[in-house]
Design a protein around this ligand. Structure first.
Ligand SMILES: Cc1cc2nc3c(=O)[nH]c(=O)nc-3n(C[C@H](O)[C@H](O)[C@H](O)COP(=O)(O)OP(=O)(O)OC[C@H]3O[C@@H](n4cnc5c(N)ncnc54)[C@H](O)[C@@H]3O)c2cc1C
Length: 414
């Protein structure tokens, strides 16, 4: 235990999980966020919990796809041409991560993290009394043809080689699992141990409230940056000029983390992969399980607030306004997925996935900065890896042997 509070910057699923695990161990913890808990990317995601998910975003052959991403602003994966030069160095690293030997190592690292999702949520949600938000329902990845299904076989092998469970289903069995599905979707992979959170925003808020009930502190503060303090401490510099001196700072500010650590000399190539959702009220269909459509890069999840259709990737940086035509495209796609769906009433949203080029997050202390722990870059899987990161960060702060090998997530690997 430390005399000064451990300061955690960012109250998304990652920061709240870190703060909660640290508080459980008796640390004084101060959690800072410029907005309310869960109001960043953790608010609007698809909620999928994917213990077996381990396919990196960059796979062999990705380089050849980049010209196509530049030409279709409403495609499932797109780069705004005006942003291309800015993102180019990151894309170079991204394509290098797609070499087969790297893919195998990355898949190991993702699986090692994700497989603990339920175990790591369990103490948090049971303490907060919100276990009802976690559903171990199984999920489906659906395809329009045998050919499309067969072409994904190598990806499924990457999962099953690492102990991930999945089973092909088709025809009558597929309709039995998900009666609302359009007949065009003929093949699917059932992933029995995957599940979902039925309200990611509420989950983060309830966990944050429990953290406060357990003696943690939350302040609504925008952090300008971090700086070195006297005798090995760190200074957390707030907008407005106030400074907090701390022995330990955990940076979990998602896609906005870079300017906080850059003055300390930390160089982690973080990029936002923007994603969109529509949440449809009175949709008229209630899917039994979340359905992923790989071709469209989207997920349809039954949520408390309606049917959420979320996904797609857009490289356009943190500042550019959203292109909500991308969200409306999701509406068109869900009509193809569930012919009976009604889509008149919906809300739309855009969020920033915090992504590192190798699809793995950065978790740990950068070299020469033992008081700093970074915990960001959870990309497409932060609802899954958030609580696992929380437990790992608590191990690292305690200085004990971590419950999983942290080396794949080393912030010094770039
Ligand atoms: C469309 C979409 C679908 C997704 N679907 C899934 C899914 O199905 N399953 C899954 O596992 N993951 C999914 N994700 C990914 C997941 O949402 C993210 O990985 C996760 O939310 C990241 O959590 P975080 O806590 O790192 O970041 P955030 O939730 O963004 O939290 C960062 C926090 O830091 C705060 N902050 C930033 N800068 C400062 C500052 N200077 N001072 C103070 N506070 C600051 C912000 O206000 C914010 O609250 C999806 C993402 C998107 C966009």
């Amino acid at each position: 235990m430390t005399a000064r509070p451990v300061v955690v910057v960012g109250a998304g699923i990652v920061g709240v999980s870190c703060a909660s695990y640290l508080r459980r161990e008796g640390h004084e913890v101060l959690l800072l966020d410029r907005d309310g808990p869960g109001e960043g990317t953790s608010m609007g995601n698809a909620g999928a919990l994917s213990p077996g998910s381990c396919i990196p975003i960059a796979m062999p052959g990705v380089f050849g796809k980049i010209p196509g991403w530049l030409s279709d602003p409403e495609g499932p994966l797109t780069i705004r041409p005006a942003y291309f030069l800015r993102v180019f160095p990151w894309l170079v690293r991204f394509t290098l991560a797609a070499r087969p030997a790297r893919v195998a190592k990355i898949a190991d690292g993702l699986r090692a993290l994700h497989r603990h999702v339920y175990d790591c949520y369990a103490p948090l949600v049971s303490n907060a009394g919100c276990g009802d938000l976690i559903h171990r329902s199984g999920t489906l990845n659906v395809y329009r043809s045998r050919k499309a299904f067969e072409s994904s076989r190598s990806d499924w092998k990457i999962r099953t080689d690492r102990g991930g469970e999945c089973r092909p289903v088709q025809g009558g069995e597929l309709r039995e699992i998900e009666p609302a599905l359009a007949p065009e979707f003929t093949h699917a992979m059932l992933i029995p141990d995957h599940g979902y959170v039925s309200n990611p925003y509420r989950l983060v808020q309830v966990l944050a409230a429990q953290f406060v009930a357990d003696g943690g502190r939350i302040e609504k503060q925008s952090v300008r940056t971090l700086a070195r303090g006297p005798s090995g401490t760190l200074r957390v510099v707030l907008e407005g000029g106030r400074e907090i001196e701390a022995d330990r700072v955990v940076v979990a500010a998602g896609a906005w983390s870079t300017p906080l650590v850059a003055p300390l000399g930390v160089r982690i190539p973080l990029e936002t992969q923007r994603g969109y959702h529509v949440t449809i009220q009175d949709a008229g269909v209630t899917p039994r399980v979340p359905v992923a459509v790989s071709e469209g890069k989207y997920y349809a999840t039954p949520m408390e607030g309606g049917l959420r259709v979320a996904g797609t990737v857009e490289f356009a940086g943190l500042e550019a306004p959203p292109n909500f035509r991308r969200a409306r495209r999701l509406l068109e796609q869900v009509r193809e997925l569930y012919p009976a769906v009604r889509t008149e009433k919906f809300t739309e949203w855009m969020g920033h996935r915090p992504c590192l080029p190798d699809s793995l997050p950065a978790i740990g202390s950068p070299r020469g900065l033992p008081g700093l722990v970074v915990a960001y870059g959870h990309g497409h899987n932060g609802m899954t890896s958030g609580p696992v990161t929380g437990r790992l960060v608590a191990d690292l702060v305690a200085g004990r042997r971590p419950f999983i090998d942290p080396s794949p997530y080393s912030p010094d690997r770039f």
